[in-house]
Design a protein around this ligand. Structure first.
Ligand code: G1P
Ligand code: ZN
Length: 542
């Protein structure tokens, strides 16, 4: 086997964002771009960590080709073993599970999550550490430094590797195993939940589900687990074949992009639970009949009923939410007398808390929930958790959530996104907002009193790392909160996210989008969004 050292020059845009390196696919296809970043990941690892590497992706355009390159680079870099999902598929949570099950040194997931796929869409590379967690901030900083200094990468010639069938072969001294991407994950789910009980629920008709895989990676997982193993009706999983361009759609499970499922859940044929997952299978959307479960509420309800889930039978040790996520789960934690940690946006900040056992359930408003079984958010796991609650409570989805609101009160919550902004204008707006913060408390905006305002900083209690400013919070009288931050996952211009939250003790039914419209206008005025960006309205409300 001939290890080639290929000369290269650094690219100046390889700093990982909220979740790995995400760029336009054509940028990734540029000679050396993928190779530089992968070599930087390997260079950032200690030599003794080049044991076992897990590899897979969400099936998007360029997935298989990129995986072959990475196998050849791993062999050249002296890894003893590479374990790849068949067809180079692995959902993000399944990759995390596989890293943990094998005691691997890390893994690479090829995905741009919920961003569209295709030659003219997006591609991405994420690196997870030995505990299966997204590389923590200290590691991503090291990767970035390596990417700035890089002048060569190592690769062996591709002898015609076929990742489309199960096999074990050698590439020099490296053993390559092409494995079934679902097997290990399914075994893990069997340990987290009571499959017999769920099977009975489906058999006697108390449980029913429609799972929209959005032509992304969870199709094979959901088919196998929900239909084949648990006995949900054939056809319960729709759009189940992963496609390189996700069927031309946006594999983002929210009310806007999963509109067909939302419509179906309003019909007379609607099952008990409607669900969808994103490109790489870590996000989830949950719907009851004619009812939307907000992700922040989902986290709070799961926490409140955690003991019904076999994985949490011994109780929760603590919970965590990302800062912009609604504070609903905090009320549950207070009632359970367990800690509730508040972290910056991005799953990587939960990893240390999970490893330390400080928490075993966590979530983000961006349709992400997960437990301590892996170190990623987990879409299908969340669906199984909800099916477990619904079976145990013998209640429809809306009743379960409304009971929760009666008990704890309701955080009426939504997010306004201003997408495709001019990046400089967006940054100028944020800087001006930050500068205005000290003077805000005590002032009024559109009749509301501002009680406090500040940038969010996080000190990791486990490894002591301090993270920079991670968004701005404005607290208004009466428990309202506005959060502003710029997205760290986009590939074009900038996206401003404005998170709106108000607390209500009343039982009156409200539509969260409508109820937060006035607060959205306050947020826009306060930050001068129109003045700086030229946008009067958000492009997306979820
Ligand atoms: C978004 C979400 C964030 C999530 C990330 C990766 O990041 O807001 O919660 O962890 O995608 O799925 P953002 O684009 O806001 O930086
Ligand atoms: Zn994702």
């Amino acid at each position: 086997m001939n290890i080639r050292t290929v000369k290269t020059t650094a690219f100046d845009d390889q700093a990982p964002g909220t979740s790995g390196l995400r760029r336009r696919t054509r940028r990734f296809m540029q000679p050396g771009y993928l190779e530089n970043f992968v070599q930087s990941i390997f260079d950032a690892m200690a030599p003794h960590e080049r044991g076992t590497l897990v590899l897979g992706g969400d099936g998007r355009f360029h997935n298989l080709e990129a995986a072959r390159v990475i196998v050849c680079m791993a062999a050249a870099n002296g890894f003893s073993r590479v374990v790849v999902g068949k067809d180079a598929l692995l959902s993000t949570p399944a990759a995390s599970a596989l890293i943990r099950a094998l005691g691997a040194d890390g893994g690479i997931v090829l995905s741009a999550s919920h961003n569209p796929g295709g030659a003219d869409a997006d591609f991405g590379v994420k690196f997870n550490n030995a505990s299966g967690a997204p590389a923590p901030a200290a590691t991503t900083r090291r990767i970035e430094e390596c990417s700035r200094r890089i002048d060569r990468y190592l690769v062996v010639d591709d002898p015609g590797i076929d990742l489309r069938r199960l096999a074990t072969f050698r590439l020099g001294t490296t053993r390559v195993d092409v494995v079934d991407p679902v097997d290990g994950y399914e075994q893990l789910m069997q340990r987290c939940f009571d499959f017999d009980r769920l099977r009975r629920g489906f058999a006697d008709g108390r449980l029913s589900v429609c799972f929209d895989a959005m032509h992304a990676v969870t199709g094979p997982y959901a088919r196998r687990i929900l239909e084949d193993t648990l006995g949900a009706a054939q056809g319960s999983v729709v759009n189940a074949t992963p496609l390189p361009d996700f069927g031309g759609a946006h594999p983002d499970p929210n009310l806007a992009h999963a509109a067909a499922l939302v419509r179906h859940m309003r019909t007379d044929d609607a099952p008990l639970l409607g669900a969808a997952s994103d490109g790489d299978g870590d996000r989830n959307l949950l719907l009851g009949r004619g009812f939307f479960v907000g992700p922040s509420d989902s986290l709070a309800v799961l926490a409140a009923h955690a003991r019904r889930i076999p994985q949490f039978a011994a109780g929760l040790t603590g919970v965590a939410r990302s800062m912009p996520t609604s504070r609903a789960v905090g009320l549950v934690a207070a009632a359970l007398e367990i800690p509730c940690f508040e972290t910056p946006t991005g799953w990587k900040y939960f990893g240390n808390l999970l490893d330390a056992g400080s928490i075993n359930l966590c979530g983000e408003e961006s349709f992400g929930t997960g437990g301590d079984h892996v170190r990623e958010k987990d879409g299908l796991w969340t669906v199984l958790a909800w099916l477990t609650l619904l079976e145990a409570a013998n209640q429809p989805v809306d009743a379960l959530v409304k009971d929760h609101w009666r008990r704890f009160g309701r955080h009426v919550y939504c997010r306004h996104d201003y997408e495709g902004l001019d990046a400089d204008s967006a940054r100028t707006m944020m800087s001006a907002l930050v500068e205005s913060l000290p003077a805000l408390p005590g002032t009024r905006v559109e009749g509301r009193v501002i009680e406090g305002a500040g940038e969010f900083h996080y000190h990791d209690p486990v490894d002591g790392t301090d993270s920079g400013a991670e968004g701005v919070q404005v607290f208004l009288a009466g428990g309202e909160r506005i959060v502003y931050r710029l997205s760290g996952t986009g590939t074009r211009g900038a996206t401003l996210r404005v998170y709106l939250e108000q607390f209500r003790e009343t039982r009156r039914e409200v539509d969260a989008l409508r109820a937060n419209a006035p607060l959205g206008r306050v947020a826009s005025t306060l930050a001068g969004i129109a003045r700086f960006t030229g946008r009067r309205r958000p492009t997306l409300r979820t």
